[in-house]
Each structure stands twice: as C-alpha cells, then as structure tokens.
Design a protein around this ligand. Structure first.
Ligand code: APR
Length: 244
C-alpha cells in the first residue's frame, strides 16, 4: 500500500477483549447478565436509576484492574510514526488514552466521566466516593447539587463528535486508509464508517476475530486476535511507507 495522506481508525470492544474487558454481543445475547434496555437506555435511567448506576459503577471500577494491550499500543505507534490520523472509538473504557493515543474521539462517551443532568457539564470523576454503587454522585456546578449520570451515549441517543467524524471522512482522498478493529458492525452510525470511507476512495482494512455483518465493506480482511495481528500490520505498513 502506498503511504496514505490520512488515516481514519474505528475501534470496538474487540480491541479491549485481550485486556480482559467483555465484548457486548455474547452468545447468550446478554450484556454482563443484563438485557441492553435494562441498563443502556435513557428510559432505564429514568425508570430504575439505581440499577443503571450500579451497572456503570461496576464498569467504571473495572477500569482500575485493566491495562492497554499490544493492539492499543500499535495504534499509538501508527499515530506517532504514520500520517495524520483520527482514532474514533466506540469503546467507553480509557485504554486508548492510557496507551498514549492523542487524536481520539470516544463517540459513545467515557466511563471516567459523569455528566450533570441539569447543566449538561461533564467532569472526570473517578474518586473512591464517585465509585460507590450505593450513592449517586452529585455535581459541583449547580447551586443545589444535582445527580450526575454516566457520560455514556445510550441507545436512542446521538453519538458524540458526529461533525468531526463526517469531516474526517470527507477529508479522505483516494488511497487514504480506513482501518476498523474489533467491532461486530451491528451498531450504527459507527457501522457505516467503512462504507462511507470506501465511497470516497479510501482503502478499507478490517482486523477482527471473526467476520462482522458488514464484512463486504472491506478491501482487506485480517481475521485473528487484534493483539497479534495489529502490531504486525502496523509494523509492515510503517516499513513499507518509509521505503518509498
Ligand atoms: N481481537 C479482535 N476482535 C475481537 C477480539 C480480539 N481479541 N475479541 C472479540 N473480537 C471481535 C468479535 O468477533 C466481535 O465481532 O470484536 C467484536 C465485538 O463486537 P461487539 O461485542 O458487538 O462490540 P462493538 O461492535 O464494539 O459494539 C458496538 O454496541 O452495545 C453497544 O455501545 C455499545 O459501543 C458498543 C456498540
């Protein structure tokens, strides 16, 4: 592949699987024992905030026990040594940040952050008190402190950064690269990014454990563990691009 001018990367839960975080679509159709509508919709938060808060507190706490893996680090290397890159992630963990990725867009929000329900202000809140599953965290921005919600894009809500995502895809030229890692291609709009990039002439490359539903949108498909496949791929690309 010739050296692209720009790269857009999309990652999903599969890239964090080797760090020990569960992916979403398990064989039983449940997400860590819950149906999605029980814990990941605005209606669930309205109906049963205690259950939703408990669920997200456990996930927020789980961040303290995991580390980035070789696949996260390979993308950091690609950003540092390769052409201009935007890394879009559907993941709400902080493993890309901790691996050193700079140009990062977490389109489904971040577990480390909470959002005031009144003002909409976001804060990074990971103190021990903020990780108590029995007590809601309160904001520091309102005169009467109000309850904060997880800063997560739930089903039925609009993903974050859509303008920036559209701009990055529009900026791709013929021969640029769109790399997708560890996502089953079920959830839109993320699942449409490869097709959109391809339609403007980008080369689309997939790294995933098994074929996702949108496998037909890719010019190159590498099936395997991201932690094995991605470092080799990035290494080969960087060599190839420095030789020309
Ligand atoms: N390396 C590469 N791919 C892997 C690995 C691995 N080690 N382990 C699993 N995978 C692949 C699976 O084969 C699957 O195709 O990662 C994919 C994970 O798919 P999902 O669990 O559906 O996760 P994702 O696509 O990120 O989900 C999208 O759905 O519930 C929502 O908002 C949530 O962001 C999430 C969105």
């Amino acid at each position: 592949m010739l050296r692209p001018e720009r790269i857009v990367v999309l990652t999903g839960a599969g890239i964090s699987a080797e760090s020990g975080l569960a992916t979403f679509r398990g064989d039983d159709g449940l997400w860590e024992g819950h149906r999605i509508e029980e814990v990941a919709t605005p209606a669930a938060w309205w109906r049963d905030p205690e259950t939703v808060w408990r669920f997200y507190t456990l996930r927020r706490r789980a961040l303290l026990d995991v580390e980035p893996n070789d696949a996260h680090r390979a993308l950091t290397r690609l950003e540092r040594e390769g052409p201009e890159m935007l890394l879009i992630t559907q993941n709400v963990d902080d493993l890309h940040q901790r691996a050193g990725s700079g140009s990062l867009l977490p389109m489904h929000g971040q577990l480390r952050m909470l959002r005031c329900e009144q003002s909409g202000r976001r804060q990074e809140r990971m103190s021990e008190a903020d990780l108590d599953a029995r007590v809601f965290a309160e904001c520091t921005c309102c005169s009467t402190p109000s309850r904060m919600r997880p800063d997560i894009v739930w089903f039925g809500e609009i993903p974050m950064g859509m303008e920036r995502i559209h701009a990055a895809i529009d900026a791709l030229q013929h021969g640029d690269l769109c790399l997708v890692v560890g996502t089953s291609g079920h959830v839109h709009p993320a699942a449409g990014i490869a097709a959109a990039a391809r339609s403007v002439g980008a080369i689309t490359v997939l790294v995933n454990l098994d074929a996702p539903v949108n496998v037909g949108d890719f010019d190159e498909v590498h099936l395997g563990l991201a932690g094995d496949v991605l470092p080799e791929l990035v290494d080969a690309w960087l060599k190839e691009w420095s030789d020309v």
